[in-house]
Design a protein around this ligand. Structure first.
Ligand SMILES: NC(=O)c1ccc[n+]([C@@H]2O[C@H](COP(=O)([O-])OP(=O)(O)OC[C@H]3O[C@@H](n4cnc5c(N)ncnc54)[C@H](O)[C@@H]3O)[C@@H](O)[C@H]2O)c1
Length: 293
């Protein structure tokens, strides 16, 4: 699929990352959110991704400026009517996603591909909110999008095979390697990751080990690039809790019950990196993202 125009709904961690990666490979991107402050935060995240690549010598400053210029922030859904791909990256809540897809349905070109970045919800149920559910595909990017190589592609029950192929082509064009999964709660990756993170949170809750020892044990014992508590902070503890609730209700299996420590932290507004504190505290360091302490 040659790069053309992409509409991304939700300018948070994932939406901004998808926008940055798409712009890097030549897409013109409209990055939508519901408040100007969120749009601005998303555009700053795109700028940070670009700056990081310039610092690493992977982009010249001039090329970086061109890439950044391809992403426009918007509070309007109307630019979705011009997109050849619409990607939803809004919070992990079914009703919110279905409401957005109903709006896309009214606006999107008939040939536009409709993708959702959900990490755990039913693609089939999201797709059922549009007139033609055959065009909706789960296109699951990983965090941080620019650095992570994988995209999981998930067809819903009624997704047409041509649309699945277009989704795979879109992801490959974004420079990613594609795997497929059935539309089961959490697909392959989120089911495994959330189970591990929840178990680590239970260990912290039970006093089995300190946060540092839990994370160090995973990094050095299993060669994981980051520990499960660090990963939970990166993902966002609210997103992690939504995912566990989806696994718990989707499989009706108590092994997915979210640790009460996670529930309390989300209730207290400790959401991980995005709120400045989760299992660790994060200091903003200008130009270099956040540093844990
Ligand atoms: N965080 C991760 O590591 C990760 C990884 C893969 C997939 N995902 C999935 O990606 C999606 C987005 O997650 P995130 O981590 O970017 O969340 P986030 O909380 O960082 O960002 C969500 C954004 O959506 C915006 N939003 C709220 N209501 C909206 C609406 N009606 N329309 C458009 N935008 C709206 C919010 O203002 C926020 O900026 C979720 O489905 C999540 O499960 C997350």
């Amino acid at each position: 699929m040659p790069p053309s125009r992409l509409f991304v709904a939700g300018a948070g961690i994932m939406g901004a990352g998808i926008a940055a990666q798409a712009a890097l490979v030549g897409w013109e991107v409209d990055l939508y959110d519901v408040q100007q402050a969120f749009v601005d935060r998303g555009l700053q995240a795109v700028q940070k991704d670009v700056d990081r690549l310039v610092r690493k010598g992977k982009l010249t400053a001039e090329a970086g400026a061109v890439v950044r210029g391809r992403v426009r922030g918007t509070l309007e859904l109307e630019p979705a009517s011009k997109a050849s791909v619409i990607m939803e990256a809004a919070p992990e809540r079914m009703e919110l996603k279905r409401e957005l897809f109903r709006k896309f349905d009214a606006l999107a070109r008939p040939e536009a591909l409709l993708g959702t970045n959900t990490s755990s919800l039913s693609i089939t149920a999201i797709a059922a909110s549009v007139k033609d559910p055959g065009r909706v595909v789960g296109i699951h990017f990983f965090n941080p999008v620019v650095a992570m190589e994988l995209v999981e592609v998930i067809p819903g029950f009624r997704t047409r095979s041509e649309e699945v192929e277009r989704a795979r082509e879109f992801a490959r064009g974004m420079g990613k390697t594609v795997t497929s999964s059935k539309d089961a709660p959490g697909f392959v990756t989120t089911r495994a990751m959330a189970t591990l993170a929840n178990e680590a949170i239970w260990m912290l809750h039970d006093g089995v080990a300190t946060r540092e020892d839990i994370d160090t044990a995973h990094k050095l014992g299993f060669h994981h690039p980051m520990g499960p508590l660090e990963l939970a902070d990166l993902v966002g503890l609210d997103t992690m809790l939504s995912v566990l609730e989806r696994l718990y209700t989707g499989f009706r299996d108590p092994k997915y019950r979210a640790c009460p420590l996670l529930v309390s932290m989300v209730e207290a507004g400790l959401l991980g990196r995005k709120s400045g504190e989760g299992f660790y505290r994060y200091e903003a360091t200008p130009g270099a993202g956040t540093r844990p302490s």
